[in-house]
Design a protein around this ligand. Structure first.
Ligand code: CP
Ligand code: NVA
Length: 302
């Protein structure tokens, strides 16, 4: 792979994303032990279930190990500067997966650690989630190119990476969000540029039904992301018409799948009938975090 740091989903090309999906499927079948004595540091400023456990298990199953460092332990940027934390950690471990508030923090870690840095979610992007999402779509639908994904809700980190990943691999991407909660302009512009090359269509609308109509995949994420808790009430109001329920999902293709990166706030962005319904693939999607990350780690460390 041309990049040794994966901070943005666009640090991978469309071809590299496709290759990682093939690797993940192969590793999933065979459980390949790729490396011994390699250590990944998990440096987290925010809580996590899936990302932490899937990275830890991925390292174990590949024959290496992981060390989890909680916010309280390291005091990233408080007890010590981010650059110095990077310089020190890089002397001990073979790679760092970091979950941060500011995207600048993962960039600083990458600049100073001397080892590969993987973005395990920042306020800007969640590239590992997008990789697992595309793996899941590929497994369920047998292709990516030409499919249409409808994302309903907040134009957040998950939406950014997913939109760019879709554009890189030729999947049509429609997003419905309130005007004040749309994806960032620069990300939309970049997605349109990639989509021009892959012949994908990118659409932003404020109308969930327009986005979902005839879609192959319906996707949503929380209205209030980690760090935005003070805005919960105003977000609940702004997103009230953006809940994915059975009625909205019924506008998609009859064989459409429902996806969510989890954790879900049931009753807010998604109704139980959809989360627990026959079209939901959310737990396969969560499992695939581990398989997609194994493929990525094998490329970066193998
Ligand atoms: N989807 C995801 O990243 O979940 P966690 O926050 O539990 O890691
Ligand atoms: N957008 C969510 C994703 C959680 C995995 C957040 O940043 O909290």
């Amino acid at each position: 792979m041309k990049n040794k740091n994966i901070l943005l989903i666009s640090d991978l090309s469309g071809a590299e994303i496709q290759a990682l999906i093939s690797d993940a499927i192969e590793i999933k079948d065979k459980w390949i032990s790729k490396f011994k004595n390699k250590t990944l540091a998990l440096l987290f400023e925010k809580p996590s279930l899936r990302t932490r456990v899937s990275f830890e298990m991925a390292m174990r199953q590949l024959g290496g190990q992981a060390i989890y460092l909680s916010p309280a332990e390291v005091g990233l940027g408080g007890r010590e500067s981010v650059a110095d934390v990077a310089r020190v950690l890089g002397r001990y471990v073979d790679a760092i997966a970091a979950r941060t508030f500011s995207h600048r923090t993962v960039e600083t870690l990458a600049e100073h650690s001397g080892v590969p840095v993987i973005n395990a979610l920042s306020d800007l992007e969640h590239p590992c989630q997008a990789l697992a999402d595309l793996l899941t779509i590929y497994e369920k639908k047998g292709e990516l190119k030409g499919l249409t994904l409808a994302y309903i809700g907040d134009g957040n980190n998950v939406a950014h990476s997913l939109m760019l990943a879709a554009a890189l691999t030729g999947m049509n991407f429609r997003i419905a969000s309130p005007p004040a909660y749309a994806v960032q302009d620069d990300i939309l512009k970049l997605a349109r540029q990639y989509a021009g090359e892959s012949r994908a269509e990118i659409l932003w609308t404020t109308e969930p039904r327009t986005a979902v109509k005839g879609a192959d995949i319906v996707y949503t994420d929380v209205w209030t992301s980690m760090g935005q808790e003070a805005e919960t009430k105003e977000r609940q109001k702004a997103f009230a018409n953006y809940r994915v329920d059975g009625k909205l999902l019924s506008l998609a293709k009859p064989d459409a799948i429902f996806m969510h990166d989890l954790p879900a706030h049931r009753g807010e962005e998604v109704a139980d009938e959809v989360m627990d319904g026959p079209q939901s693939v959310v737990f396969d999607q969560a499992e695939n975090r581990m398989h997609a990350q194994k493929a990525l780690l094998a490329q970066l460390l193998g």
